[in-house]
Design a binder for this molecule. Structure first.
Ligand code: ZN
Length: 415
């Protein structure tokens, strides 16, 4: 090919790429939430982080998370008591505002199982989609001295703690508030309305969330004389949940989804559809902390935050709780009105990589009234469901939610 033509083609593609990035705005920008849960003999890990379609931002987050996992594993000791395992928990704040900025806060808690101590770390990102680069959050405020004074006073009034400069603090924008994190013996945060600060940008009103769900006429006729099975999915929603609820709907089946509170906002449409279809939503904590070793206040917070966000965003209040890491104690039981639901068949779909083997495991041991544990964060689990439904239907099984399963059991005692 002629050198000139090559250069021209190159120039054209360069222009087209720039235009693409220039116009990658609200409509094209999207994100999902990645979840990693590991529960083995050496440690437990739970990570929930946003994954966007902005490569630069994503690489940064991924690099940070990889580092944190490596650091945790390098410093981990082997304990002979499962209850003393160390725990890595990573959670996030996420906000997209003024059609242009993405503010992310990533919060790490490492629980030392032997010393019963927490260590904290916060990392923040502010990305400008227009300029395609990271910016300093302080650039969005006029008069930094005033801003610091406001923040300092707020922290002193709330906690009696004195902070000395911005280096001491991590700042995130979230729902028209400035969230300020700082670490002492604990991870503290205060929230200040942007209206009360010298925020440079116009403050956009929060979008009205329509939380009403129009339930379609889902008439689930369950025959109590025939076998029933309740499939449950933990740790979602995720990018695979939509396909899972479609499979259920196409086959007139229902299931129960134990969701994490910090993923509800991002997946509210999927959750709404799921409820419309007749599925049940349960509570699986806010950010997958090991519930049975939290204090009473922390347990309540984990449960209530998830109940509240479900109520606010999708207008639904769960009645079921599935504790994290298979672990439940008196403190959890005492501090919740929710029914605690465990399972009778663990598919180990987080470990078994083939959907056929997941199906095999269920089919081999299933019997009437079983509660099956799966996770809607894997493609293989979605594939397994597609294969499982026809096999069990052939055997006469009906796929019901946990509440329906309880109803069936009750009906059976009456007849
Ligand atoms: Zn879980």
């Amino acid at each position: 090919m002629n050198k000139k033509i090559v250069i021209i083609i190159f120039a054209i593609s360069l222009v087209l790429t720039s235009i693409y990035f220039l116009f990658l705005k609200k409509d094209e920008f999207n994100y999902q939430i990645d979840t990693i849960v590991e529960d083995n003999k050496k440690y437990v890990i739970s990570i929930t982080v946003p994954k966007t379609n902005i490569r630069k931002l994503d690489n940064e987050i991924k690099g940070f998370i990889d580092d944190r996992i490596k650091s945790f594993k390098d410093n981990n000791y082997q304990t002979s008591y499962l209850l003393e395992r160390n725990e890595l928990n990573i959670d996030f704040d996420f906000n997209f505002f003024n059609d242009r900025y993405i503010s992310i806060g990533i919060k790490e808690t490492v629980f030392d199982g032997k010393k019963k101590e927490n260590k904290y770390l916060v990392q923040t990102y502010l990305y400008d989609l227009d300029k395609n680069k990271f910016i300093n959050i302080l650039d969005l405020f006029d008069n930094h001295d005033d801003l610091f004074l406001d923040v300092k006073n707020k922290i002193f009034n709330e906690f009696g703690i004195t902070v000395y400069n911005f280096d001491d603090l991590d700042l995130v924008i979230s729902d028209n508030n400035l969230i300020v994190y700082f670490i002492r013996d604990n991870l503290y945060s205060v929230s200040i309305s942007l209206k009360d600060l010298n925020f440079k940008l116009p403050i956009t009103s929060n979008e009205e969330v329509d939380s009403t769900i129009l339930t379609e006429d889902v008439i689930n006729v369950i025959d109590p004389s025939k076998p029933v099975v309740a499939i449950t999915f933990d740790d979602g929603p995720s990018q695979y949940t939509e396909e899972i609820i479609k499979t259920l709907k196409d086959n007139d089946c229902n299931a129960t989804f134990f969701v994490l509170g910090n993923k509800v906002e991002a997946y509210q449409d999927v959750i709404k559809q799921s409820i419309k279809d007749g599925n049940e939503i349960g509570n699986h904590s806010y950010n997958h902390k090991w519930l049975s070793r939290l204090s009473t206040d922390e347990v309540k917070e984990q449960i209530d935050k998830t109940q509240n966000i479900l109520k606010e965003t999708v207008g639904y209040t769960p009645t079921l709780l599935r504790p994290t890491y298979e672990s439940v104690n008196q403190r959890i039981r005492k501090n919740t009105d929710l029914d605690i639901v465990l399972w009778t068949i663990d598919t180990k779909d987080w470990k078994i990589k083939s959907s056929d083997r997941i199906v095999e495991k269920i089919v081999k041991s299933v019997s009437d009234g079983d509660i099956i544990l799966m996770h809607d964060i894997f493609k293989r689990s979605s594939d397994a469901l597609k294969k499982l439904i026809p096999i069990l239907k052939e055997q006469g099984y009906q796929f019901v939610t946990i509440s329906e399963l309880e109803e069936v059991k009750l009906l059976r005692t009456k007849f």
